[in-house]
Design a protein around this ligand. Sequence first.
Ligand code: ADP
Ligand code: MG
Length: 331
Amino acid sequence: MDRNLVPLMPVSEFSLIDRYLATQGLSRSDVALGIGDDCALLLPPTGQHLVVTMDTLVADVHFFAATDPAGLGHKALAVNLSDLAAMGATPAWATLALTLPAADENWLGRFCRGLFALADRHGVQLVGGDTTHGPTTVITIQAHGFIPPGLALRRDGAKPGDGIYVTGTPGDAGLALAAACGKTTVVAEYRDYIRRRLEWPEPRIAQGLALRGIASAAIDISDGLAQDLGHILERSRVGARLEVERLPLSPALAASLDRDAALMFALASGDDYELCFTVPPERTVQLEALVTDWDCCCTRIGVITAEPGLRLIRADGSDFRLERLGYDHFG
Ligand code: ADP
Ligand code: MG
């Protein structure tokens, strides 16, 4: 059935699954059995690691209840694909646990449209899940990918002297969120761009794949650049010197805030889903050749140091003070 049609009859869990969740066109040859049975039957490639990640979006915590459901479908998958990208994995399958306060077919149809558009683009097949009724909308996706052993971009591989890089322009999603909460205003011409950066993040899959064998460590920026880079530093038992004036600011961010406030957003606001990674000096030339093919910018923002801790410095050598590192659910 066309998933854009809105039937007039109330529907059960089973017809919701059939009418919407089981309608993805894509079918992968490594899926022996997809949606419809007690379990999916999958054929991981021999000799590769299965790479597994899971992320949850909760209404009123991660998104406004009135958010465009197509954007939610996109984002729920995007945040998972971003984790696979940060590992250097090739995405393959996804499962979806949905808790919904009502069987709203219009909502579900649009949700699936956003979800499947991104899934199709990355060759990801939805192979199963669970659908439950509950007091608030909760969306959990588990994504699965592959990587040959030894090639994963882990958090614990950074060494003193490695360059620190970031894709895209961090801070945009945080600006969009601050604007939506009425805490700041965005120059009118950039409002659409900023909202897209928050609601339709682009997982950096191609970049993660290209960085296999080149990056010594990588992470995706979900909670803020400073905080997420901090995870690399901790796991690698190193420190970093970050030159804050090198941070790539989007024209939207630069035009909407004064420079220090813009740098603060780039360093400490979450939801960007850009990649932050480190590259040893001997592979810098390889990296520079690679990035010319990328559809996003890639900027060197600092260097890994032997002494622990994250130092933020301005162009004149003075310290840049950061009030908070990033987002913390329980902080
Ligand atoms: P069971 O009760 O055996 O767990 P369900 O009735 O919950 O099975 O689900 C029936 C089929 O629909 C299963 O193959 C399951 O993986 C799939 N399914 C259920 N909910 C979802 C969902 N939200 N997204 C994708 N597939 C789903
Ligand atoms: Mg069963």
